[in-house]
Design a protein around this ligand. Structure first.
Ligand SMILES: C[C@@H](O)C(=O)SC[C@H](NC(=O)CC[C@H](N)C(=O)O)C(=O)NCC(=O)O
Ligand code: ZN
Length: 205
């Protein structure tokens, strides 16, 4: 698997000129407190804020690895009375960077979490990954990396046409970080923080 291109001087200069960044990703869950418990106990996230909007019959909770002013966050939405959702095939996974995937997987298993792909080198590459399913079925990839200020590092979405998606995302000021020919996989570095959009278009065989 192609490794990320070295961060060049232009990319390092970019954040000084452009302050845009991905703030959060919002998705629906069937039980807010169940997911908050799982993310705080198994992933080590912090509950940043919670709000209830009774007039619209929904509640929100924001979690992440630091304040929203400087960190990416997940925004969970609970719609009153809706206990489950069809996640579909377009959503791939979120990714959390950790210095020891094996240790984190054992801790998650001990807390009753579901591991859908045991730790080991990624197929076609060397990076150690694992996949964990959250209470609603959303998949989290655990990626072995050095220490980082932003462990919540990727959102993988499946796209029908990678070049079309690249052209669209470039218009909103992303930069291609690397393309992996095996998977036609591309990661976008966020302007200010190491949160990336990972787009995967499976090769048609
Ligand atoms: C770069 C890292 O964050 C990855 O997610 S690569 C993991 C790899 N992804 C795919 O194979 C994407 C294509 C697949 N057909 C899909 O649609 O998800 C993966 O899942 N590898 C499996 C493994 O066991 O290594
Ligand atoms: Zn991934």
């Amino acid at each position: 698997m192609a490794e990320a291109a070295p961060v060049n001087a232009e990319l390092l200069e970019w954040p000084k000129k452009d302050k845009r960044r991905l703030l959060h990703v919002v998705y629906r869950v069937g039980d807010l407190d169940r997911t908050i418990k799982f993310y705080t106990e198994c992933f080590g996230m912090k509950l940043l804020r919670k709000r209830d909007v009774p007039e619209e019959k929904y509640s929100n909770a924001f979690l992440g690895y630091g304040p929203e002013e400087s960190h990416f966050a997940v925004e969970l939405t609970y719609n009153y009375g809706v206990s489950s959702y069809d996640i579909g095939t377009g959503f791939g996974h979120f990714a959390i960077a950790t210095q020891d995937v094996y240790k984190m997987v054992e801790e998650i298993k001990a807390k009753g979490g579901t591991v859908t792909r045991e730790p080991g080198p990624v197929k076609g590459g060397t990076t150690v990954i694992a996949f964990v399913k959250d209470p609603d079925g959303y998949i989290f990839e655990l990626i072995q990396r050095g220490a980082t200020p932003e462990p919540l590092c990727q959102v993988m979405l499946r796209v029908g046409d990678l070049e079309r998606a690249i052209k669209f995302y470039e218009k909103v000021c992303f930069l291609v970080l690397h393309i992996d020919e095996i998977l036609l996989l591309m990661c976008f570095p966020m302007i200010l923080f190491p949160v990336k959009m990972q787009l995967a278009a499976t090769l048609s065989v």
